[in-house]
Design a binder for this molecule. Structure first.
Ligand code: SAM
Length: 223
């Protein structure tokens, strides 16, 4: 036990600044693209974690937010953003706003393009709105994101940051031809990260490997 506490403190000490975290994400291969790296440098994770976890903001691990939910591990945020390859001017849909951290990264990359982000838990909607107050190109919506956002479709990119039992057809329909979607698919305990690219006919699908996310709860998610 004493040894584990010691190792953990070392870890915290080793990754105390955002710049150090970004360097680590470049070294571990999660971050590759210049404009995505710039966004990670600009968006400080400490501004998106609850007060009591601020000292852990730059440790590469998920952290609790509120109501049993989490802000994702930085390595996973980096891998999903790199897979999605958002471009300047893109219209993006995020499902699972949580803290707003992923939305802020996307907003930096696509500006003047827009990010629509949906969260089902009211307390997190308020938390994210406060964290995202300086991002004029992010719209935070309270609702069931498993149904997408028909009124703003089609999207260049869709990112689902909660685990779905299958890829909702309604989200596939809301993607542009040439658009990309990243989504964890599996059961409540473990999933695979799936990258979909919409073609003129059908979808190209890549399995990016195992992940663990909190469940997508809603009409086209878990009950
Ligand atoms: N992207 C977030 C961030 O940057 O902090 C982390 C998201 S957390 C891993 C997953 C979030 O999905 C939770 O906040 C959860 O409440 C939300 N969620 C689950 N089902 C949802 C649904 N049907 N619609 C919208 N949000 C949902």
């Amino acid at each position: 036990m004493i040894l584990r506490v010691f190792k953990y403190n070392e870890l915290v000490k080793n990754y105390m600044s955002n710049d150090e975290l970004v360097e680590r994400l470049i070294r571990n291969g999660a971050l590759k693209t210049k404009k995505i790296i710039e966004a990670f440098r600009k968006v400080k994770r400490e501004n998106f974690v609850p007060k009591k976890y601020k000292n852990l903001a730059y440790v590469d691990q998920p952290l609790p937010t509120y109501e049993g939910q989490t802000i994702s591990q930085p390595t996973i945020v980096a891998i999903m953003t790199e897979a999605l390859q958002p471009q300047k001017g893109d219209k993006v849909l995020e499902i699972g706003t949580g803290s707003g951290y992923q939305a802020a990264i996307l907003a930096e990359i696509v500006k003047p393009g827009k990010v629509y982000t949906i969260e089902r838990i009211k307390k997190l909607v308020e938390f994210a709105k406060k964290n995202l107050k300086d991002y004029k190109n992010v719209v935070v919506i309270h609702g069931d994101g498993s149904q997408g956002l028909k009124e703003e479709a089609p999207f260049d990119c869709i990112i689902v940051t909660a685990a779905a039992p299958k890829v909702p057809d309604v989200l596939k329909e809301q993607l542009k031809i040439g658009g990309r979607m990243i989504i964890p698919v599996g059961d409540r305990c473990s999933q695979n990260l799936i990258l979909l690219k919409k073609k003129v006919r059908g979808f190209e699908e890549v399995n990016m490997g195992p992940v663990v996310f909190v469940p997508l709860i809603g009409k086209y998610g878990f009950k």
